[in-house]
Every structure is written in structure tokens, then in C-alpha cells.
Design a protein around this ligand. Sequence first.
Ligand code: EPU
Length: 417
Amino acid sequence: MPARLEIDGGVPLHGSVRVSAAKNAALPALAASLLTAEPVRLTNVPDLVDVRTMVRLVETLGATIRREHGELAAQVARVTNDVAPYDLVSTMRASVLVLGPLVARHGSARVALPGGCAIGVRPIDQHLKGLARLGAEIAIENGYVVARASRLKAARIATDLVTVTGTENLMMAAALAEGTTVIENAAREPEVVDLATLLTAMGARIRGAGTPRVEIEGVSELAGTSHRIIPDRIEAGTLIVAGAITGGDVTVTDLVPDHLSALMAKLGECGVALEVGPTSVRVRGPGRPRAADVTTSPFPGFPTDMQAQVMTLLGLADGQSRVTETIFENRFMHVAELARMGARIETDGAIAVIRGVSCYQGAPVMASDLRASAALVLAGLAAHGRTTVSRVYHLDRGYERLETKLTALGARIERRA
Ligand code: EPU
């Protein structure tokens, strides 16, 4: 039987907890190692299932990886294979991040089309349109994207919507293209900025990362470097909500407060007391949170990756809240499971209306995706009685030792095989 978490809820969490590095910054950083023959040394790399999957993928493409204590050196002396196979891409959509670097450095890439996933259809048309603008020939053959180019040429690319990995793929491709590429409507997420910082350290010339207009002046070659991955703002947010939902007193350290502004503003509206330090946030839970309305949007808006966790908090609020999910069309899978714990939530398309209850009851629940699993763990921490969260492999894709961190804060949570 796959592992599950057993949680005896109702313990206010206390103490201090350190945030790990961002999964969604580590994945593009590993893909970026394909852009140079020299070693790219990454420090503060989180030990996560998704990171291991990306390591396996770049290894199949020719990388030699050395990993020691959270430090990882990737060297792709030569790209020996240009195929990202379906078995890897279907377990992790972020595999598509190798597409841009492979075409730019190697001149060809064959990447399995990801297909849909638990949270939505998630097409990659914007990645492909952008690469075509850079001069790549793109075809779909037997479920694979086949992209070819002798040398990519700079272009002005205006994406139809804001896409995080799309922006990252195009930035990496443009870094080795001939001329200056402009990406309009670029994603502004901190993970995009972190990738730009890494690429710049590798010798790329990038301006405007973190704004909707990114300019990349292509160079003919990139070099190795050393880079520290930024803290995971979603893990940080999840731990902050854990402190709030249990009525605890928790200091979350090693984070970047500016990356959490939208979340902290919303928690403030809910009556959660936050003390913000230079690299930490102390959270003290309110007796009962106040209701609030949340709409997800690209950074600097409220992150879709915190929607499920905050809905879990709002489920216990005094009053009625409304959550609108604008990024993914199917990201309310946690609602039915929260209902099993006593939550009163109704959904209609992209909108969830939450009538707060005074407590959750422990129950067996099933995780459907990464952030939904985190939401169920939070509900379990707050609930009366025992909650068993099954299918925690979803959680392991993106949270490093979550139960160990929560145990250190006083939670009663155990992993069972
Ligand atoms: N979209 C398209 N066409 C494209 C690209 C995206 O229609 O070519 C749509 C998507 O279907 C979605 C929206 O645009 O409706 C935004 O998707 P985006 O491309 O920004 O998402 P992503 O890059 O695939 C990253 C994170 C996700 C996070 C989203 C939104 C990584 C590896 N993944 O995905 O993280 O939810 O941005 O912020 O960076 C997670 O960590 O749990 C996770 C799902």
C-alpha cells in the first residue's frame, strides 16, 4: 500500500521552522545545465521526488550529476540524446523545460506531449509558438513534440497568456539565439527571476526579469557557474497557514517576505497576526479566522499554489468566503475531501463558496495533487480526532520532509508505509 500520513489534530504548533529551497526554481535550474558544457553547481537543492525525476531526465540527455548534502553539480559535456520520454514527462510536466535548452544547444529535441493532469488540461501551445517564433521547426509526431533548428534567431514574442514554465523555456532558448529577443506578457514569478539570475551568472544577457517585458540578448556560448536556489514561497506559505490554522505561534525562517506579499495581505484580512522580519515571518493564529474572498492570479497576485491551503483556513472562518480560481480549470479536487471532514463548500465552475464551520472532524481522506495534499494535512492538523491522508506520494513531489518539520513544531503526525 502506498504511504499515508496519520495525524492526530488539535495541537497548536509552536516553534521555529526553516523553509527548503523552491522546487519550481530547482527544476528550471537543472534544465538550464543543458545549455553549457561546463559544470553548473546548484546549492540549497531540495530533496524532492520531482527534483530526482528532473535529475534522471537530464542524465538521460547526457548529464553527469554529482550530489552531496543539498549541493548538486550537473555537467552536460555533450548532449548525447535528445528524447524526453513519455514515462518521465507523464509523471512530471515540468520535464517540458528541457525543450528550449535542447533545441538551443543541440539543435533538436523530442519531448513527449504531457497531456492533461489532475488540475487541468495544461497545454504547452505557448512554449511551441514561442520556439517557432525563434525559428524552430515544430512538428507533432506520435505523441512527441519534435523541434529542430540550426541556430535559433531572436524574435519579439508576445504570449497569449502568462505562463511560468513557458517564459522559462523561451528565456533559456533565447539565451543562445542570435540577436535580442523580447518576451512580452512574461511571467513575473520569483522562480522566473531566479532562473534569469542563474542564466546571467552563466553569461547570458537578460534585462527585465520580474517585469512583463524581458529582453534577452543571445550569446554564442554559456559557461558554468555556481548558484543558490531561492526559498520555496509555497512551502513557506503552507507552514504559515499551519501556524494560523492550529492557533499556534510559529516562526517560519529562511524565506523572502516580498515573495509572500499577496498571501500575507490575505491572511491579515483573516485576522492572522504576522510579524515580518528580514527573512522570517512569525505567525500567531487567531481564535477563529475571519472570512475573506480570494482570487488567484499570476505573480504578484495570489498564487494558485496556495489556493487549496487558504481555502482550508477559510473553511473554519466566521462567515462566508468566496474563492475564485482563474489559473487552472480543475483545481478544487480538495473540496470533496474537505467536505468529508465537515467543511461546507459549494463549487460552481471556477468559484467556491465556503461557509465556515467551527471545527473539522478527523477522517480518512485522499490526496489528488500536490497542493491538495498539503491542504488536507492542514485540515488534519486543525481537526478533532484522527485524519489519515492517503496517496501522500503527491506531497513528496514538492514538500521536503513536511511531517518531520511539523513534528518538530509539536504536531502529532506519522508516516505509515
Ligand atoms: N497554459 C496554456 N498554454 C501554454 C502554457 C500554459 O494554455 O502553453 C495555461 C495553463 O493551462 C494554465 C495557465 O496557462 O491554465 C498557467 O499555466 P503556467 O504555464 O503558468 O503553469 P506551469 O508553468 O505549467 C507553473 C508551476 C505550477 C504553478 C503554475 C502557476 C512549475 C514547475 N510549475 O506551472 O506549480 O501552479 O506555474 O503558477 O513551475 C505546483 O508546484 O504545485 C505547481 C502546479
